[in-house]
Design a protein around this ligand. Structure first.
Ligand code: G3P
Ligand code: MG
Length: 252
């Protein structure tokens, strides 16, 4: 059949925002991703003790704030007291951990018209009802941007599919062919997000994959060029500005 990797150029998704030069998963990071005109923005969601959708990568606040503890044991009020920028650089001391709602507001205010990739972080701990809360939030309005969900946890995506039948669902995988095959086989899965080495080890399968492929996390120029050559749907990168500049050169 038709290779899914498309005619349009590879899209650039900013990983946790513009992670290389801003504290990851903060409004500053998303703002920068918008400023450089990223085609997409990836973020990670967890649930707080009071069932708020929180944008952070880890289950714990330890690595990216001035405090310690599991997100699911903290209330939104506790989380809002934390400094989510100083660990990265003292100039970002005022950055807070955002809620998903705050990110959606920023994207709307900034007239973002790209694609928002919401990664549901249920691979280590499955937050009860996170899919229902997410879906409720995302379907509460008509956004001017498009969005898709991704997860390493296939059951989260199956639950979301029951709630939102037409939303794009991406299966996150490591470099295992069997996982890519599984994602291709599942009807409710619309795209595959493999670890980058999958594409380097399996260029032919990547280029002819029946479902669109977005690779993570592509950060150096050589890897970016391989991804552009393989014409994958998108790359997810910590360096969106560099990736966009390189894509311009590549297409000349
Ligand atoms: O969604 C791509 C990538 O973010 C998956 O891994 O650990 O950075 O969330 P991680
Ligand atoms: Mg992620």
């Amino acid at each position: 059949h038709q290779p899914a990797q498309h005619e349009a150029q590879t899209a650039i998704f900013a990983h946790r925002g513009s992670k290389s030069n801003r504290p990851e998963n903060t409004l500053a990071s998303f703002q920068e991703a918008i400023r450089v005109q990223s085609d997409g923005i990836e973020l990670d969601v967890h649930l707080s003790a009071d069932n708020q959708l929180i944008v952070i990568h880890d289950e714990k606040v330890d690595r990216t704030t001035n405090a310690k503890g599991l997100v699911r044991k903290l209330t939104l009020a506790d989380i809002k007291k934390l400094d989510a920028g100083s660990w990265f650089s003292p100039g970002f001391a005022n950055e807070k951990i955002p809620t998903l709602n705050e990110v959606l507001t920023l994207l709307t205010e900034q007239n973002f018209t790209g694609s928002l990739n919401i990664e549901i972080k249920t691979d280590k701990y499955h937050y009860p009802d996170i899919e229902k809360l997410l879906s409720h939030q995302m379907t509460s309005q008509n956004w001017q941007f498009s969005y898709l969900y991704s997860s390493f946890n296939l059951s989260s995506l199956a639950i979301i599919h029951k709630l939102e039948q037409t939303t794009e669902l991406a299966y996150l995988t490591y470099n295992h062919k069997k996982d890519v095959i599984l994602g291709n086989k599942q009807d409710f899965i619309t795209s595959i997000h493999p670890k980058k080495t999958y594409a380097f080890d399996n260029p032919n399968q990547t280029m002819s994959n029946p479902k669109p492929i977005r690779l993570w996390t592509i950060n150096n120029s050589l890897e970016m060029q391989i991804a552009y050559q393989e014409n994958v749907e998108a790359i997810i990168t910590d360096h969106p500005e560099k990736a966009l500049q390189l894509r311009d050169k590549f297409n000349k």
